[in-house]
Design a protein around this ligand. Structure first.
Ligand code: NAG
Ligand code: NAG
Length: 376
C-alpha cells in the first residue's frame, strides 16, 4: 500500500514536535541567554497609554515636539504632553473604513520608521505595505514617494534615514514576498532577500546598495554621513555599509547584539540605540542556521505560539547602546521580568535626558530618565 502524502508529512513532523517539546523543557529551566552586566532599569520607565496599538517608531520635529508615532491602523499620532494628549496627525491611506486597531489591514497601510526632513518640515516614513511615503508639516493624507526599485516592488519598507546635506535617503526593504502583516514569516523563512536602498531626492533615482540580507529591519545614518548601519533581525548582526569616502560601496559587520534587533537610532552624541525585539534562544539561533526548521515550524504552529516560543517564553524589554565609532556595546538595559517593557521596537534619546521607547505590539509608549542608568 502506498504511503499517503499526509502520512509522510505526519512522520516528518515527529522530530520537529519532539525538538519543540525538548526545547520548551530546556527553556523552562534555562530560559533566554543571560546578558553580562546589563542594567535592570527599563521597568522604571513611565508608561503613556496610546489610543492605538504598536508605536513601532518614534520621531520628534525640529521644534522638539512629539513624539510622533505610527500605529497599527495606519495613522500617525502626535504626543502634545499630559494635558493635550494625543493628536491624530496623519494617515497612510484614504481608505479607512476597515482599519482595525489591533490588526494591520493592507488597504489601511502601516507606518513604520519615521524621520523628519528638517529642511521642509515634511515627515517621511516607511509604510509596511505601500513603500516610502511623506506628509507635510500640517499632516493629513500622506503621498507615495517610492514603491519600486530596480524593477522590484518595495514590499516591506521598514526604517529609513535622511542625509540632509546630500538630499538623499536610505531605507530598508525587508522582504521580496511579504508585507508587514506577515513579518513573522520574514523572520523564520531563512530567505536572504532583504535589501538596502539609496534614493536621490533630487533626481528621484533609487539604487540597491546592499542585498541578500536575512530580514534587515532597522537603519540609521552615521553622524558624519559616511556610512549607514543596518540591523539584521534574524542574525543579530549590524552591518555597516559605507556610502561616502574611499570605502564607499563596501560593507562589513559593525556590531553583533545578543538578540533580534528591530530599529536603530543615532543619539545626539553619534552613538546608536538598538531595540531588541527579544533576546536570542536556541530556537531563534536554529532559525538563523536552517530555513528548514523555520519553514516546518511555520507549517505546524500558530504564529502566536511561535512568537511566544521565540521570546524564550518570557518576553521582556532589552535596549542596547553601541558606539558610533567602533560598534562596541556601551550599555545593555533590561526589564528582566518584563514588568513594563516587552518586545521593544525602537529607543530614541532626546537632548533633555530622556529615553523614549515603543513596541510594535503595545498600546503605549515608554519614557525613562537617562539619569537612572548613566554613570551607574
Ligand atoms: C559574558 O562574559 C564572559 C566572560 O567575559 C564571556 O566569556 C561570555 O561570552 C559573555 N557572554 C555574553 C552573552 O556576552
Ligand atoms: C471593506 O470591507 C468591505 C466588506 O468586506 C469590502 O466590501 C470593502 O471593499 C472594503 N473596503 C476596502 C477599502 O478595502
Amino acid at each position: 500500500m502506498p504511503i499517503s502524502q499526509r502520512a509522510v508529512t505526519q512522520i516528518a513532523a515527529v522530530p520537529v514536535i519532539l525538538a519543540v517539546v525538548i526545547y520548551s523543557f530546556w527553556s523552562s529551566i534555562i530560559g533566554t541567554e543571560n546578558l553580562n552586566e546589563s542594567k535592570k532599569v527599563l521597568q522604571l520607565a513611565k508608561t503613556i497609554p496610546l489610543p492605538g496599538d504598536g508605536p513601532e517608531s518614534l520621531e520628534f520635529d525640529s521644534q522638539g515636539q512629539g513624539p510622533y508615532v505610527g500605529v497599527t491602523d495606519g495613522r500617525i499620532l502626535k504626543w502634545r504632553g499630559d494635558e493635550l494628549g494625543w493628536l491624530d496627525f496623519a494617515h497612510s491611506s484614504p481608505h479607512r473604513e476597515n482599519c482595525s486597531r489591533h490588526e494591520a489591514v493592507p488597504s489601511c497601510g502601516r507606518p513604520l520608521g519615521l524621520v523628519f526632513y528638517k529642511k521642509t518640515g515634511e515627515l517621511y516614513f516607511c509604510d509596511g505595505y505601500f513603500g516610502v511615503m511623506k506628509v507635510g508639516p500640517e499632516g493629513g493624507l500622506a503621498e507615495l514617494v517610492v514603491d519600486e526599485v530596480e524593477g522590484r516592488k518595495v514590499m516591506f519598507a521598514n526604517q529609513m534615514d535622511i542625509d540632509e546635506e546630500e538630499d538623499v535617503f536610505y531605507f530598508v526593504d525587508s522582504s521580496d514576498k511579504y508585507h508587514f502583516g506577515d513579518v513573522f514569516y520574514v523572520s523564520v523563512s531563512g530567505e536572504r532577500v532583504g535589501r538596502v536602498i539609496r534614493y536621490d531626492m533630487k533626481t528621484k533615482e533609487a539604487k540597491v546598495i546592499k542585498d541578500k540580507l536575512y530580514f534587515p529591519n532597522g537603519l540609521a545614518l552615521s553622524k558624519d554621513g559616511s556610512f549607514v548601519v543596518v540591523c539584521e533581525s534574524a542574525t543579530g548582526k549590524i552591518h555597516r555599509i559605507w556610502v561616502k569616502g574611499p570605502k564607499a560601496g563596501t560593507s562589513d559587520i559593525f556590531a553583533s547584539v545578543p538578540g533580534g534587533p528591530d530599529n536603530i537610532r543615532r543619539s545626539h552624541t553619534g552613538d546608536f540605540w538598538v531595540a531588541l525585539h527579544s533576546k536570542f534562544t536556541l530556537l531563534t539561533r536554529m532559525f538563523a542556521k536552517s530555513s528548514l526548521v523555520g519553514k516546518t515550524c511555520m507549517k505546524l504552529l500558530k504564529v502566536k505560539t511561535l512568537i511566544h516560543l521565540t521570546s524564550g517564553g518570557k518576553p521582556h524589554g532589552v535596549i542596547v547602546k553601541i558606539s558610533g565609532e567602533t560598534g562596541e556595546i556601551l550599555e545593555v538595559l533590561e526589564d528582566s521580568e518584563g514588568e513594563t517593557m516587552k518586545y521593544v521596537s525602537e529607543a530614541y534619546e532626546t537632548k533633555d535626558g530622556k529615553l523614549w521607547a515603543g513596541s510594535v505590539f503595545w498600546p503605549a509608549v515608554w519614557v525613562l530618565e537617562t539619569s537612572v542608568f548613566e554613570g551607574k
